[in-house]
Design a binder for this molecule. Structure first.
Ligand code: URA
Length: 201
C-alpha cells in the first residue's frame, strides 16, 4: 500500500480531506459529506452520482428511496451491501438534487479516482448517465448514451489489471417508470451472470 499505509488508513485520510473540502461551492449547502461505504476489498464497486436529501442528512450513500431500489437490485445480483463498495462521483448534495455541473465533477472526481485506486475493484458499476460518462472516459472507453450501453460488460485496463465496466440506469428511474424498473432488474440479472461466470459470486 502507498507509503506503507493500509487501505483503511488511506480511506480514513481521504475521508478527513473530503470532510473539509471546499474545492467547489457545494460545500456551502452540505450538512454531511458522503464519502462512500462498504468493503475496501470489494470486487464490485457501485458509483452513484451525488448524495440526495437523506444521504446528506446521514452521511451515507443510497439510504433514501433510490437506495431501497439499489438494495433490491443487489439482492437480484446475489450481492450484499457489506460485500461491495458504494460511492458517488460527487460527495456533497447539489441543492434541490439538481444535476451535477461539469466543474463540480471536475473538482470532486479526484476523490473517486483515489477510492478506485484504494479498492481496486474488478467490476465497476456506474449508476446513471453522469457516473457512466465519467467512468467510461476514465477507463478509455467511448462514452455513449446510457440507453445504448446499459446492461453490458465493457472490458478495460487499469493500472492494477483488467476491469469490467457495467453501466446501469440510475436506480431512481425505477421510482417513476415501471418499464425502467424492469430494465434495471434485467440488467441486474445480466450482471449476476457475468459475476458468476468469472467466479466472483
Ligand atoms: N443517488 C445517488 O446517485 N447517490 C446517492 O448516494 C443517493 C442517491
Amino acid at each position: 500500500m502507498r507509503g506503507g499505509l493500509s487501505k483503511e488508513e488511506l480511506m480514513e485520510d481521504l475521508a478527513r480531506r473530503v470532510a473539509e473540502c471546499r474545492r467547489c461551492p457545494l460545500f456551502k449547502h452540505r450538512r454531511r459529506v458522503v464519502v462512500g461505504e462498504g468493503n475496501l476489498n470489494a470486487l464490485v464497486m457501485f458509483v452513484g452520482e451525488a448524495p440526495g436529501y437523506y444521504e446528506d442528512l446521514k452521511g451515507r450513500p443510497f439510504v433514501g428511496a433510490a437506495g431501497r431500489v439499489l438494495d433490491r437490485l443487489l439482492e437480484e445480483m446475489g450481492l450484499r451491501r457489506r460485500e461491495v463498495y458504494i460511492g458517488n462521483v460527487i460527495k456533497c448534495r447539489p441543492p434541490g438534487n439538481r444535476d451535477p455541473r461539469e466543474e463540480e465533477i471536475e473538482a470532486c472526481s479526484p476523490y473517486l479516482d483515489e477510492q478506485l485506486e484504494i479498492i481496486k475493484p474488478r467490476v465497476i458499476v456506474p449508476l446513471g448517465r453522469f457516473s457512466t460518462r465519467y467512468v467510461m472516459t476514465k477507463f478509455g472507453l467511448r462514452p455513449a448514451p446510457i440507453s445504448r450501453i446499459h446492461g453490458r460488460p465493457y472490458e478495460a485496463s487499469s493500472p492494477y489489471g483488467s476491469v469490467i465496466v457495467f453501466p446501469f440506469y440510475h436506480p431512481a428511474v425505477a421510482l417513476y417508470r415501471k418499464v425502467m424498473e424492469e430494465a434495471l432488474f434485467e440488467d441486474a440479472r445480466r450482471l449476476r451472470a457475468v459475476l458468476s461466470e468469472r467466479g466472483y459470486i
